[in-house]
Design a protein around this ligand. Sequence first.
Ligand code: SIN
Length: 531
Amino acid sequence: MNKFLISFNSKNLSSIKTDILIIGSGVAGLSSAIQAAKYGEVSIITKDKLSESNTQKAQGGIAVALAEQDSSEKHIEDTLRVGCGLCNEKTVKIMVEEGPARIKELIQWGAEFDRQGDRLSFTQEAGHSVRRVIHAKGDATGMELERALIAKVKQSANIKILEYAFVTDLLHKDGTCFGAVVNVKKDERTIVYARKVILATGGIGQVYRETTNSPVATGCGMALAYRAGAKLIDMEFMQFHPTTLYVAGLSRTLISEAVRGEGGILRNKHGERFMFKYHRDGELAPRDVTSRSILKEMRETADTRVYLDLTHLSSKLIKNRFPNIMEVCSSFGIDIKEDFIPVRPTAHYMIGGIKIDKNGKTNIQNLYACGETASSGVHGANRLASNSLLEGLVFGYRAGQSAGKDIDCGKRFDTTPDISNILDPVSARKLDIGDLKASLRSLMTRYVGIERDETGLLAVQKEINFWSSYVMGKEFSDIRDWEFQNMLLVAGLVQKASLIRKETRGVHYRKDYPKQDNTKWQKKHIELSDI
Ligand code: SIN
């Protein structure tokens, strides 16, 4: 496999130097930047505007053991139970126990969470044994989090921000990372030398035809790390969100699980409530169960959606808790106080990712990762709702601290390695990357989606290998094309891990192996690397 996407010679390119380079600007990247800046000069690079991220789109909230009736023990227990035997108990404990301090810090920095009187207000989501999820401006938690973190980042003289810059490759040699190759404008390429690099590029939802994710969630960080020799783990565990607004022509908009937490009911096209047929917790069954049950109802009723019914809830509750959802729906003539909301499951969260330790370190020297692009092991085989923002805060903090403490500021960049790459010349035939992208996304949705089996997974493997044979070695010069190369690589990893795990566990449902197999697969993780 090519170790780089482009031909370059570091000697011939302009360069800049920074202590810590952070790629990505969601909750994990910004949290790591705030910490790292205590130790050295930080540069954040992001391929879009600073606030564009999956964090920004998060609605439901942040799970944190701060309610009176709650405890760390209960939060740990819920996380482990939902994770189906695959969580890393040590990192779960760290996340849950350090979570309250991170939230209190955020509040000091100006984040405003919803309150009842002067106490934080907690909502219910699936899998939680108590009301544990804090939220902001009803259903705009991610936006408020991103706003508060950006404000804090902008206060630091030690943090530089470079927006609309695309990292084509990490600058790496023999298992060590020295920075990144960055395309600043269409034809302007530069090397950013860094003592430490933190990847915080978010998820991979765009690899699927329908997703709740931001358009930037194309798996670039995972692909960068993989090409540099990093280990990726648990890539078979792609979580689908059961309720995404289904209005043809509109990009899929999340309808928060908190809607069901506050009493929303799922109905099929005949108006029948169906979730209790599938699980004793009804609408608050684990996400994987809910998504599969919805698919079944859609098939049985020959419909392309099911419906979320809030009409029995008070108008005041709906207005206070879900103002954004109400507004989006109303722009399509759906009054959620009176009409059912058409919903169906879509790709939502990649549980797997770049394997990290408790301080965000990868197996590549100087390379760290945090947030959705990384896998700290806290989510196991099924992520507990609203644990992801907490993970981003806690492990973003840890990665920033750890990278910062290790930068060894005394030793500036006296020598920088010469690294170069030449790609084989390939056919100049023009490719329609948009067509390839649409084909990949359909294929992944159909065969590596909520339900999988060997026949489908092998068909995907064949197509991905074929497309890769003429896409991967070709040198492109456009961001969308490089993104597609990253998507193709990451899709191949999801397919590969899904084929290897011959059992059903958490979000990974194999129609041909429909049971959890504890004799062969308990505690087993699938690690993929190109070394
Ligand atoms: C939601 O609001 O339903 C999303 C929360 C999550 O994915 O954790």
